[in-house]
Design a protein around this ligand. Structure first.
Ligand code: SAM
Length: 224
């Protein structure tokens, strides 16, 4: 397993780095399918960084409880600050998501959210994580994903390749992230028993928002 990246130093400036590089597009992508989670009551949010998605989720769903997992203590502090009055409905877990196991609770998660997090993992790590989480989600759970993508063709493809390589280089230097290549998270989630039900592309396909559901008929093995 690669070393865990350290995003602590970026927690205070992350939002500004994002606005400076992508303007409002990442925020818009994260919010694309937020309304699909209106009925959700128990969420697992992994790698939410400074917690702007979690804050909106808490405001939209006044009864939801959130487990927030992140390797960075500074990011989790920031997440709790952004949660404001909803912070008492958030349990933070400072852990490497690749080896973290959800707490044993009666109610399974009906929402998983990962925004620009799966690209910090390798394809095999995403598959292992998704297979583990599959045992902790309800049959009607949804998994909301935001990710970068390399469009299939056109000018956007020519632009996306060096842009994404540059982002990996920057995060490698700033956080020690060792992943250098965009994983095919779709293949990993599919193999783990999830099916993509909705997709919305932005910025000519360089950003993608997706909703995944539990694949009907595929049974998960028991919890470990
Ligand atoms: C690129 S940032 C994305 C932040 C935010 N979700 C967004 O949409 O911009 C990745 C986040 O995932 C966390 N992270 C990266 N690798 C991790 C791992 N293996 N386990 C847990 N958290 C991790 C980082 O600390 C950081 O908060």
């Amino acid at each position: 397993m690669n070393q865990t990246p350290d995003f602590d130093g970026l927690a205070g400036v992350y939002r500004w780095m994002e606005y400076f590089s992508f303007g409002p597009w990442l925020a818009l992508t994260r919010r694309t399918f937020l309304k699909d989670a209106t009925a959700c009551r128990r969420a697992l949010v992994i790698g939410d960084g400074d917690g702007r998605f979690t804050a909106r989720l808490l405001r939209q769903n006044p009864d939801i409880r959130v487990d927030a997992v992140d390797a960075s203590a500074a990011m989790l502090e920031s997440l709790l600050r952004h949660a404001r009055g909803g912070a008492d409905r958030v349990t933070v877990h400072q852990a490497d998501a690749r080896s973290w196991t959800p707490p044993q609770e009666d109610s399974p998660y009906d929402l998983v959210a990962t925004h620009f997090f799966l690209d910090c993992l390798t394809q095999a790590e995403i598959e292992t994580l998704a297979k583990r989480l599959r045992k902790y989600v309800a049959p009607d759970a949804i998994w909301i994903v935001s990710e970068f993508a390399i469009p299939a063709n056109g000018f956007a493809r020519i632009l996306a390749k060096p842009l994404i390589s540059f982002l990996y280089l920057c995060f490698g230097v700033l956080t020690g992230l060792q992943v250098r290549k965009l994983p095919n998270h779709r293949r990993s989630l599919d193999k783990a028993g999830f099916s993509r039900s909705r997709v919305r592309r932005r910025l000519a396909g360089i950003l993608v928002a997706e909703v995944w559901s539990v694949t009907f008929g595929k049974r998960s093995e028991g919890r470990t």
